[in-house]
Design a binder for this molecule. Structure first.
Ligand SMILES: Cc1cc2nc3c(=O)[nH]c(=O)nc-3n(C[C@H](O)[C@H](O)[C@H](O)COP(=O)(O)O)c2cc1C
Length: 646
């Protein structure tokens, strides 16, 4: 076994967990109108249990709707089917040998955060430890002693019901800025009663909640306490505060799960974005572990088995938890155990998963097409008859299609006109924070070869070749090419097409103009800025990266503001040796200076190639950028489903 510490069982309470890799809470989206678990949710959690995680935490069960009221999962006996729906969730996890856990939560002063109907959210009363007015104008009311007692009791009641439903552990959420965290935080708790002031008083609510849960579930039933090791905003507690909190609560918990930050004031800490190092929060768990005797879990952009093994073997933590990494590849733990780490599909930290919920009320993952469609079936059906399948184009969509078709038993030939697979993502190799995107191509290439796909590099798909190959099914995945605006000077030596940056990065001058403020342009500008270049972005629209998802965008915009100057409503007129001459919105011409110009004006589908191939086989499907320029999510999803249809 290559990762012995990661794969070693751990005992918490009277339960033995099969390894040290836990699936962190990720909210289901399938919430019925009476706040029960919908039919899609058991499958959502089941996937990670099948993938080998030792524990899978379902979330986020709101314990006291009367004072929380956000439209999230509840568990009560009054709603018909409610207990049954949670029982199906617990079953879906435990039948694969994982320990089912459920997160008990209360949003407190952020009640309604997840409500789609924002009018309803503003109609709610938000309760917190103290009266105050939130930055968005919402008045928070201090909870009364009676309400606090009710909430504490409801934690116990929910825990008892969860145990009855078959959950074998509960997680009490005391981090990320939700209610228990609000009581712990000197920034939000200004009470003068026994719940405010001194540390002992600020701990009192959490202690009573944990005691209420313990009374409900009995001895030996593991309780996981999720907390933020530090809050990371002014006025919040720091790591010393985190240590004191962990010490003050450890006698009531079996596992201290150290996350970081506050959802509302630092999403980039609670969910480390692609710009942050992997494991950037591990030090918090390591510090806390030095001061407590209970096992400690760590979390935060972890997905590398070697790094996770080191965390456990060096004693920084006893358990590693992953959220996004297990969406990207639910089989990650099984692959770690089997030493197949080169087959792990890594999370891109693109935030598609989190953005999809507010956008469409669903979950998706850019690199895992099963997320959100678990109920439709996660097992590949063997092809009823083996066909000759040709995939034209070796980008990630084509690779995904080839892998799935081959796994279903088809004889698959993949044609790629270049000498490398990965398509447009090959160009991401020079941008460190996008390395996972480049690596996606490498991983899928490995999977394709293992699945028995015959890969032909330097081979352009032509109708003649496809006829020679006697293709019975053809998947066209020939991608897109860069848009090159017809400007004077665009063909100058100082101009680099963004897709070629990895080949020409050594010729970039100290000052750079990025022509085009879409996602690719912004990310390249941030990268160059981080590397010390002076960067300007020229964008003809009135905003940058409008297509960027709503979770990644604010973080990206912060980075852009830090590392680049931005010229919106500026239309490029010509490129010179000194930069890009633009027309601003008032019609004035001006030079945006830069000795190098990176052209990032978007992509256009390779339609001519599609048209040439369209009738070359009896069954044809176009997927990915050649069909419509979109993103990795679309390419992978379409590739997977095209291969299912053959
Ligand atoms: C799609 C998604 C849903 C999440 N839902 C919850 C939730 O309901 N409750 C919670 O405590 N944390 C939730 N989180 C936060 C994760 O548990 C975790 O703390 C965070 O994603 C950082 O871990 P990671 O870097 O391994 O993704 C969610 C994260 C993601 C990506």
């Amino acid at each position: 076994m290559k990762y012995p510490h990661l794969c070693e069982p751990i005992r918490l309470g009277n339960i033995t967990f099969r390894n040290r890799m836990f699936s962190a809470p990720m909210g289901g989206t399938d919430i019925t109108s009476d706040c029960c678990v919908g039919p899609r949710t058991p499958g959502f959690y089941e996937l990670r249990a099948m993938g080998g995680a030792a524990a899978v935490t379902a979330s986020e069960l709101v314990v006291h709707p009367q004072t929380d009221a956000s439209h999230m999962f509840h568990l009560d006996l009054k709603t018909p089917g409610c207990l049954a729906s949670w029982t199906f969730v617990a079953d879906s996890i435990s039948r694969h040998g994982a320990v089912p856990s459920v997160e008990l939560s209360h949003s407190g002063q952020y009640a309604g955060t997840y409500l789609i109907d924002k009018d309803r959210k503003h109609g709610l009363t938000q309760y917190g430890p103290s009266d105050w007015v939130r930055p968005d104008g919402i008045h928070v009311k201090a909870l009364t002693a009676q309400q606090i007692d009710d909430i504490i009791r409801s934690y116990g009641e929910s825990a008892a019901l969860a145990k009855r439903a078959g959950f074998q552990m509960v997680m009490v959420h005391a981090g990320h800025g939700w209610l228990i965290n609000q009581f712990l935080s000197p920034a939000f708790n200004h009470r003068n009663d026994e719940y405010g002031g001194s540390l002992d008083n600020r701990l009192r609510f959490a202690r009573r909640v944990l005691q209420s849960v313990r009374d409900a579930v009995g001895d030996g039933f593991p309780i996981e306490l999720r907390m933020s090791g530090a809050e990371f905003f002014e006025g919040g507690y720091d790591i010393d505060g985190g240590i004191a909190i962990a010490q003050g609560l450890e006698d009531l918990a079996d596992l201290i799960h150290v996350s970081a930050g506050s959802y509302q004031f630092g999403f980039f800490r609670t969910h480390l974005p692609m710009f942050a190092p992997h494991g950037d929060n591990v030090w918090l768990a390591a510090e806390i572990k030095k001061h407590v005797s209970r096992p400690v879990a760590t979390i935060g952009a972890l997905n590398d088995p070697a790094q996770m093994e080191e965390i456990i073997s060096s004693g920084k933590a006893d358990v590693v938890e992953m959220a996004r990494a297990l969406l990207a590849d639910h089989e990650l733990p099984n692959k770690v155990i089997a030493g197949r780490e080169d087959e792990i599909v890594h999370c891109l930290r693109c935030f598609t998963c989190m953005a999809e919920r507010p956008a469409t009320g669903t979950r998706r993952c850019a690199v895992n097409p099963l997320i959100g469609r678990e109920i439709e079936g996660i097992h590949l059906t063997p092809a009823p008859c083996r066909k000759k399948v040709v995939v034209a184009g070796g980008g990630v969509g084509g690779l995904e299609a080839a892998i799935i078709a081959a796994r279903r038993g088809h004889q698959v030939t993949l044609l790629e006109k270049k000498d490398v697979l990965g398509g447009i993502l090959v160009s991401e190799q020079a941008i460190p924070f996008k390395y996972e995107m480049y690596r996606l191509g490498l991983t899928l290439e490995r999977q394709a070869r293992l699945a028995g796909v015959e890969v032909r590099l330097n081979t352009e798909a032509t109708p003649e070749l496809i006829e020679d190959l006697k293709a019975e099914a053809l998947i066209i995945a020939v991608g897109s090419r860069p848009v090159i605006p017809p400007l004077d000077g665009i063909d100058g030596d100082n101009v680099i097409i963004v897709n070629d940056y990895y080949l020409r990065k050594n010729s970039v001058a100290d000052t750079v103009v990025v022509l085009g403020g879409g996602l690719a342009g912004c990310e390249c500008a941030v990268h160059l800025g981080m590397e010390g270049y002076k960067v300007a972005i020229v964008e003809m629209r009135n905003q940058l990266a409008p297509d960027c998802n709503i979770r990644h965008r604010p973080i990206l915009m912060d980075m852009v503001n830090k590392y680049a100057s931005v010229f919106l409503n500026h239309t490029a007129v010509k490129v010179t040796d000194d930069g890009v001459v633009c027309m601003d919105s008032s019609g004035r011409e001006k030079l945006v200076s830069g000795k190098s110009v990176i052209c990032a004006a978007g992509q256009v589908s390779e339609r001519a190639c599609v048209e040439a191939l369209r009738t070359s086989a009896p069954w044809v499907r176009e997927i990915g950028d050649c069909s419509r320029v979109a993103n990795i999510t679309a390419a992978i999803y379409q590739g997977y489903h095209a291969a299912l249809d053959i």
